[in-house]
Design a binder for this molecule. Structure first.
Ligand SMILES: Cc1cc2nc3c(=O)[nH]c(=O)nc-3n(C[C@H](O)[C@H](O)[C@H](O)COP(=O)(O)OP(=O)(O)OC[C@H]3O[C@@H](n4cnc5c(N)ncnc54)[C@H](O)[C@@H]3O)c2cc1C
Length: 398
């Protein structure tokens, strides 16, 4: 039973489809992207996420909506130096892709609806889950709905996960005091597949390549400024955004609607409880700088799906304590490295002090010039760490 049909819960359902498992997907909203609020996020997906989404047929379905990232340009306002990475120079066709979040959600919803072996319990909200012998049972808000019984409850209900709390798993919260304002726009110059990230003391500004010469803009601003910036006329908003980003892509024009997102870090204290396991934002929600949240969630999905498929094929209990502990142990290093990196980047790029400025300049120069560091950062950014990074390195050299 998967609780939560966001990008992570849907991916897990797709990854389990066809394995002979009985999977139920529960979401409090219908499986239809038009019922959700406006969403103007453009998600940068790493190469490892591309492979996961390809394996379930979703990336192919996105077609031209998935724009390849052919280069990365990172700089810091008012400071010397920039890191410029080219996928071609690194011997790769792309570092990943950028997709509009709502298109990705719609493609996943279509794919899940097309699977004949996923039981959809939507719109339904789980109000209570409890252990019942060798299974877990869930009751729904709609008192008339039949309770569900499963071997395992996968908790994928997002950062404010009520099921995580109900399972007795605490979480550490950090409010960044910032909002991300997202919109699409068209810069005067061709983006040429380059993703730009400019660090300012208020927060980063990113322009991510999109089809048709457009870009997905993400501007992280102090929470106190968010309402004013969201209410500005297009022309005035572009003037302020241009001030923060500069003229690297010429004039910024024709903005689409803007949506603001409050930014928090939420880290679950552990990933498992009896017959329950956390994935995606329910396990960890991170600052969007560095674009790691969904990428990390998709790696949760890949690791869990592999274990569940193997357990099913070998006749083992899917909610077995050892299986869940094995999953948590396998995710520990990536989880710690990625959440730590995102947090350090979010804090470190906004510090004002002279040593912080010096360190930033040095870090950008090193990321630009130091070959081993550049390769390490590129592989990490592409979603390959530890054994998988060694495997990609070996493949690249072979
Ligand atoms: C501005 C911004 C930019 C970002 N950019 C990037 C990026 O470039 N790259 C990247 O990798 N990540 C990015 N992220 C992070 C990414 O968006 C999230 O990590 C990802 O969407 C999390 O998906 P999820 O399915 O875990 O959670 P959610 O999307 O929160 O889904 C949770 C689901 O659970 C359902 N639900 C909740 N409660 C219940 C219940 N009781 N019963 C049943 N269902 C329930 C909800 O309806 C929802 O469908 C960004 C985030 C933000 C805010």
């Amino acid at each position: 039973m998967i609780a939560g049909g966001g990008l992570v819960g849907l991916s897990l359902a797709l990854a389990l489809s066809g394995a002979g498992l009985r999977v139920a997907l529960v979401d409090r909203l219908p499986l239809d992207d038009t019922v959700r609020g406006p969403d103007e996020r453009h998600l940068a997906l790493s190469e490892s996420s591309c492979r996961i989404l390809e394996s379930v047929g979703v990336l192919q379905a996105l077609g031209a909506d998935a724009e390849p990232i052919r280069g990365i340009h990172a700089s810091s306002a008012g400071e010397f130096g920039a890191a410029r990475w080219s996928a071609a120079d690194a011997g790769r066709p792309r570092f990943g892709v950028v997709v509009p979040a709502r298109r990705l959600l719609a493609a996943m919803q279509r794919a899940v609806r097309a699977c004949g072996d996923i039981e959809l319990r939507v719109p339904e909200s789980i109000t209570q889950a409890w252990i019942d012998d060798d299974a877990i049972k869930a009751r729904f808000e709609d008192a008339g709905a039949t309770p569900l019984r499963a071997r395992l409850l996968v908790i994928a209900d997002g950062a404010d996960s009520a099921l995580r709390t109900a399972a007795g798993i605490g979480a550490e919260y950090h409010d960044y005091g910032r909002h991300a304002i997202c919109c699409s726009l068209r810069p005067e110059r061709e983006h040429a597949g380059i993703g730009y990230e400019r660090f300012t003391r208020a927060g980063p500004v990113a322009l991510l390549p999109q089809a048709g010469g457009r870009c997905g803009a993400v501007w992280v601003v102090p929470a106190a400024d968010a309402a004013r910036l969201l209410a500005l006329a297009d022309h005035d908003y572009l003037a302020e955004l241009q001030d923060a980003f500069g003229y690297r892509l010429g004039r910024l024009r024709t903005p689409g609607p803007r949506v603001g997102y409050p930014l928090r870090r939420v880290l679950a204290e552990r990933l498992t409880a009896a017959r329950r396991v956390l994935v995606g934002n329910a396990a960890q929600a991170v600052h969007p700088v560095g674009a790691q949240g969904l990428n990390l969630g998709l790696r949760d999905v890949a690791a869990l799906a592999e274990r569940l498929r193997t357990a099913h094929a070998t006749g083992h209990d899917l909610g077995d304590e050892a299986l869940l502990q094995g999953y948590a142990a396998a995710r520990a290093a990536d989880r710690a490295a990625t959440t730590g990196f995102s947090h350090a980047l979010a804090i470190g790029t906004t510090l004002e002090s002279a040593p912080a400025r010096l360190l930033r300049t040095f870090a950008l120069l090193m990321a630009d010039r130091c070959e081993p560091l550049r390769e390490h950062l590129q592989l990490g950014g592409m979603g390959f760490r530890g054994a998988s990074a060694a495997w990609v390195r070996a493949g690249a050299h072979a």
